[in-house]
Ligand binder design. Structure first.
Ligand code: EPZ
Length: 418
């Protein structure tokens, strides 16, 4: 298990190019199972979740290989509809494959998916949606077994705007007979990206980004060469790091539109922001002022995937803040680690009450999940003195070249294998 050794207290200055979005690439790789034509996904980040998805595609009989920074998938030889338990546990997004695999084989078998330890993460909305399309589902000894004669379009109303359920139903519906309408669909930019990818293969999907997605089933899909959108969560992580450490940082290859809720908060913190085309420039020259409250919400609200990073920033603001986590049950596992650095945080139910302190102190801390781990790294960068962040394999799931990008901004951070 590798760890980071960090010497904190340095300003961040310079430019960083943002990676392609992990949460776009994963459903797009799952969607590649829907066609026998080759699919190329461009500039894919080299992260563990993507590598595991490539391994799962291999288990299904697809050929999936890296070519430079791109991934080329040929599913013409796909011949297996079962996703192995070990891989399903590694990767929450393995559940997206249900829709694609059922569409291809009229059956699928998958162990309950794993993922970050941030909450219950049920899949009931995925399964209810698939049943509405004609899938029969049984669950036995930790496996979900799906079978259908054919997939038929239908109207589906989601109890909550689940990203994964919206994507899974889209994947199952693109080649179903007739029209599928998903109401109360998730509106994240990654949903619109998946729609654009599917349409680049010849699907007929519209409405992604609104609350209603309409999919007109087609007989066949072709291949595609596709560049997914930039990773708004990686971008937000770097912006919060600059706000917390102080500095002048320019992000490139990013769409500021997808980050408006965070940009609004950073302005409230007193940061100077300038946006031009695909660049966001942030300047933070004095101690940030606290935002009174942050409430995570489905898009376009404040993203839950930036909650931990924002809480870390609140720890060094002048004033107090309340952070409410409305999507996941246990997404504050990083808080005891921040307390080791001198943070003044009290968590009650799904709310963190933060009293800002002048400075955090370096400490040895442990990452428990992807975004909580990233929050600990930026807290250590801002802290006085040296820190160690252990179990950084969690961070490797979603950030490619994290320490290189931070070092290029002047951070003193080193990866050590243990
Ligand atoms: C996606 O997870 C993202 N993962 C998550 O990012 C992100 O935090 C989440 O959406 C919310 O934006 C990927 O895209 C690979 P949900 P997903 O279904 O699809 C409840 C990261 O750090 N729910 O939108 O699993 C669920 O319990 C990861 O990159 C049900 O009740 O999230 C949660 O409260 C972490 N039943 C809420 O919906 C279901 O069947 C949102 O979950 C499904 C979800």
């Amino acid at each position: 298990m590798d760890k980071y050794i960090i010497s904190g207290g340095r300003r961040l200055e310079g430019g960083v190019r943002i990676q392609t979005a992990k949460n776009s690439v994963l459903p797009i790789l799952a969607a590649s199972v829907l066609t026998d034509e080759p699919v190329t996904v461009l500039n894919v980040p080299d992260i563990t979740d993507v590598r595991n998805m490539v391994r799962i595609l291999g288990c299904l009989g697809c050929s999936a290989r890296y070519s430079g920074n791109d991934i080329i998938i040929d599913s013409s030889s796909a011949d297996n509809c079962e996703i192995p338990r070990a891989l399903a546990h590694e990767l929450r997004s393995s559940v997206f494959l249900l829709g694609s695999v059922i569409s291809r084989f009229c059956k699928a078998k998958i162990a309950y998916p794993g993922g970050c330890d941030i909450g219950l993460r049920p899949v009931d909305l995925h399964l209810t949606g698939l049943k509405r399309l004609g899938v029969e589902i049984t669950e036995s000894n930790g496996y979900i077994n799906c079978v259908c004669d054919k997939l038929a379009g239908n109207e589906i109303m989601l109890d909550c705007p689940s990203v994964g359920a919206t994507e899974n139903i889209m994947l199952a519906a693109v080649k179903a007979e007739g029209v599928t309408t998903i109401k109360n669909a998730a509106r994240e930019p990654e949903i619109e990206d998946l729609q654009n990818f599917l349409n680049s293969m010849g699907a007929k999907v519209r409405g992604a980004g609104t609350g209603t997605v309409v999919i007109e089933g087609v007989q066949k899909l072709g291949g595609s060469v596709y560049q997914p959108i930039a990773d708004r969560i990686e971008a937000g992580t770097f912006l919060i790091a600059a706000a917390m450490c102080g500095g002048d940082v320019e992000l490139s290859g990013v769409n500021a539109e997808n980050l408006s809720s965070l940009l609004h908060k950073l302005r409230e913190n007193g940061c100077k922001l300038r946006i031009k085309n695909d660049k966001i420039y942030i300047k933070s020259d004095k101690r940030p002022v606290s935002v009174k409250s942050v409430e995570t919400q489905p898009y376009p609200g404040f993203p839950t995937d930036l909650q931990a990073q924002m809480t870390a920033l609140c720890c060094v603001c002048a004033g107090n803040s309340i952070i409410a986590e409305n999507l996941f049950e246990t997404r504050f596992k990083y808080v005891p680690e921040l307390r080791k650095m001198g943070a003044d945080i009290t968590v009650i139910d799904r709310c963190a009450f933060v009293r800002g302190v002048e400075k955090l102190k370096g400490a040895a801390v442990v990452a428990h999940d992807l975004r909580g781990g990233a929050a600990l790294v930026i807290a250590a960068l801002a802290a006085e003195g040296d820190s160690e962040v252990l179990d950084i394999s969690h961070i490797d799931r979603g950030y490619s070249g994290f320490e290189y990008k931070l070092s290029s901004l002047g951070a003193k951070i080193k990866r050590v294998g243990i």
